[in-house]
Design a protein around this ligand. Structure first.
Ligand SMILES: CC(C)(COP(=O)(O)OP(=O)(O)OC[C@H]1O[C@@H](n2cnc3c(N)ncnc32)[C@H](O)[C@@H]1OP(=O)(O)O)[C@@H](O)C(=O)NCCC(=O)NCCS
Length: 172
């Protein structure tokens, strides 16, 4: 675990982080449909069927705290999905740390992800973990909604129209 992911170690120790397996498929599908209305995510003009990607879950006795999925391409690893059914317990930080460790072991030099312009909470969360803004894809969500994923909502967090993709990266 890198310094970037340092936090409340006491509570984090009680989180178990493990790779997702085929045995988790039903739970993952149900959770994603409940929380997102879809198992598909779009980034940079590509559609990803999340259950097809490798991922990790952080869990405690009460259930899943956070889960995340990634894909490795060349020397970069994209975090395609990160979601916390029970936020504020260090779950997303722990899942990101597991993905970063895996990416490093696979020889990656860069961890990156896409969030949307409305997601002010995520923009703060990632930057506090050491990520930096690396690209703005203006109107990318508008285009994805038109051509790839019509179920993307029009209005996001804080009443902000969802229009743009914002890329963040962490050098490993
Ligand atoms: C953004 C999101 C993934 C963060 O997940 P989370 O599980 O709440 O994240 P963490 O608990 O690791 O960290 C959140 C905060 O809790 C704090 N925290 C609380 N308890 C903690 C603990 N035991 N250990 C570490 N951090 C803890 C962290 O410091 C962090 O503070 P910050 O938001 O001021 O940076 C979550 O809000 C979410 O699911 N949002 C909806 C989906 C989404 O936006 N995903 C990202 C889109 S790309």
């Amino acid at each position: 675990m890198t310094e970037a992911f340092a936090g409340d170690a006491g509570e984090r120790e009680r989180l178990a982080v493990r790779p997702l397996t085929a045995a988790d498929d039903d739970a993952l599908h149900a959770l994603m449909l409940e929380r997102w209305g879809s198992t598909r995510m779009v980034s940079r003009g590509r559609v990803w069927e999340i259950p097809d990607l490798p991922g990790f879950v952080a869990e405690r006795s009460e259930g899943w705290i956070s889960y995340g999925h990634y894909r490795v391409e060349g020397d970069s690893c994209e975090v395609v999905m990160l979601d916390s059914p029970r936020p504020g317990h260090g779950g997303a930080s722990a899942v990101l740390a597991a993905i970063a460790d895996t990416a490093r072991a696979a020889g990656c030099r860069r961890l990156w992800l896409i969030t949307t312009n409305d997601n002010l909470h995520a923009l703060g969360f990632y930057q506090r973990l050491g990520f930096a803004l690396s690209a703005l894809l203006r109107d990318a969500v508008t285009e994805a909604r038109r051509t790839l994923k019509p179920e993307i909502g029009l209005i996001g967090e804080n009443g902000i129209p969802i229009r743009d993709e914002i890329e963040l990266e962490l050098l490993l």
